[in-house]
Ligand binder design. Structure first.
Ligand code: FAD
Length: 432
């Protein structure tokens, strides 16, 4: 008999709660990864996230082969079909995995659990990617917080009474199934190709966290951690990050990590907000949704240098600074009156750190339609944002090389007019 550990968004051998528990079972553990066709079929062939996942798995696979005469079984298929195949090939006692809270993941796991149960296989799931799950930080009356600050305070309060321990999965890897020839794949086997976009390393030392408050809003410097893609795919353990954050007295970095959990909890409790405004009145806004204007925004050709710099950074690197995400988002929804869902979908296609809960949370914050969102009348002024956060235009000059030439376009819309048009449109929708 064997046990299986199913990797999903936790691509590491160390401090992995589900893996640790799988390795405590009575049977050798087969590590498994499924390149899920339900997800991959919708992606372009050079998707940078698929390349990143693939590279990380190959590194992990090499470690397992060299040190433990084991491997990772890799499949490209639909999870339900892959599990049916595994059930026919192996005598499986248990399947272990870390919990995922997204709407698709919840449905997928329920299906797999039922399939395994029909075949007498136990299915065990664990908390790994968050410190508190969506139901663990609740108001006194048991409901979900709809405002961030009291959620954050309660999060910290219960954190003080909790123990932060790492799961020492890396110390038990000799329990892996001994067979270094478990099925492997290449990107070409899946009809994908290597992307030129790479995931950068993250920074997490004490000095960085101490300086974070003063550096995090300046897009021209490396003032943020770059942890987001690593958190998304679990190439760094979350508890290690929290341990580092605890070493600093400054809570600003900490608070950002809590935003991530807040948005996960919101999406979990309100899955319909994937494509509906959290505040229903905002779905009455008469978006202009002009396709040519959307195209200019996507390409970074709006004539607003800070917006264009952000969109070009996104297109070229798969990442955009948080301050600039807010500016380009506000420009799309408010200056151009294009539906936040269009912007959300474009970010989903391009961001290396694309996280459904944070992306929807971020876009609905900007549009004003989300929980605890920016008020509808807050229209970011791209010029004053530039004065505040990129006064010397270092960020702009880096991404918009032709800024001072005649080829750089005129602003596609006049700021004052756009602001008034936005306020009038929003007011009309909200009063009805
Ligand atoms: P740091 O500033 O170093 O922050 C550390 C970590 O805290 C981040 O890695 C992230 O996990 C978390 N965090 C920071 N800010 C936020 C926030 N506002 N909301 C939620 N978590 C946060 N973040 C994503 O991870 N995936 C997304 O798809 C995503 N889409 C966004 C869309 C919009 C419109 C906006 C305004 C924000 C979005 N964010 C998203 C949040 C934020 O911009 C990124 O997490 C951040 O820029 C990542 O860079 P970093 O790791 O260097 O951040």
């Amino acid at each position: 008999k064997v046990s299986i550990f199913w990797f999903r968004r936790d691509l590491r051998w160390e401090d992995n709660v589900g893996l640790y528990n799988a390795l405590q079972s009575d049977y050798p553990v087969i590590p498994l990864f499924i390149f899920d066709k339900h997800i991959l079929n919708k992606l372009p062939k050079n998707d940078a996230r698929v390349s990143f996942i693939f590279d990380e798995l190959q590194k992990m696979r090499n470690t397992a082969q060299e040190k433990f005469a084991s491997s990772i079984a890799m499949y490209h298929g639909y999870p339900e079909e892959v599990f049916s195949q595994l059930i026919s090939e192996f005598s499986i006692a248990e399947v272990h995995t870390n919990r995922d809270y997204e709407p698709y993941a919840k449905k997928r796991d329920a299906k797999i659990e039922a399939l395994l149960a029909q075949n007498g296989v136990e299915f065990h799931t664990y908390k790994d990617q968050v410190f508190f799950e969506p139901n663990e930080v609740q108001k006194q009356d048991g409901g979900m917080y709809l405002v961030y600050t009291p959620y954050m305070k309660q999060w910290k309060k219960i954190f003080e009474d909790s123990k932060l321990t790492l799961a020492s999965s890396e110390n038990h890897l000799n329990k892996l199934y001994k067979n270094s020839r478990l099925p492997n794949l290449s990107l070409a086997d899946m009809d994908f190709e290597k992307s030129e976009i790479q995931v950068p390393n993250y920074q997490l030392n004490k000095n960085f966290i101490e300086d974070y408050e003063s550096t995090r809003d300046i897009p021209s410097i490396e003032g943020t951690s770059r942890l987001s893609p690593h958190l998304r795919f679990g190439t760094v353990g979350y508890r290690k990050i929290l341990q580092q954050a605890m070493k600093s007295k400054n809570e600003i970095f900490w608070n950002e990590l809590i935003w991530r959990e807040f948005y996960k909890a919101i999406l979990y409790h309100f899955p319909e907000t994937v494509n509906r405004s959290f505040k229903p009145k905002y779905d009455q806004i008469e978006w202009r949704n002009n396709e040519d204007e959307f195209e200019k925004w996507k390409q970074g050709k709006t004539g607003y240098p800070i917006v264009d710099a952000g969109m070009r950074q996104l297109n070229e690197t798969g990442w955009m600074h948080n301050r600039i995400r807010m500016i380009v988002g506000s420009f799309l929804c408010k200056h151009l009156l294009i539906d936040w869902r269009w912007g959300e979908a474009y970010f989903a296609e391009k961001l290396l750190d694309y996280e459904m809960s944070s992306n929807i949370g971020g876009w609905q914050w900007i549009a004003g339609s989300g929980v605890d969102a920016a008020p509808y009348f807050r229209v970011f002024n791209p010029y004053s944002q530039t004065d505040k956060f990129d006064k010397q235009k270092k960020y702009i000059n880096k991404w918009v090389a032709e800024i001072n030439t005649s080829t750089y376009p005129e602003p596609m819309v006049e700021h004052k007019m756009a602001r008034q048009r936005c306020l009038a449109t929003y007011k009309l929708a909200l009063k009805s």
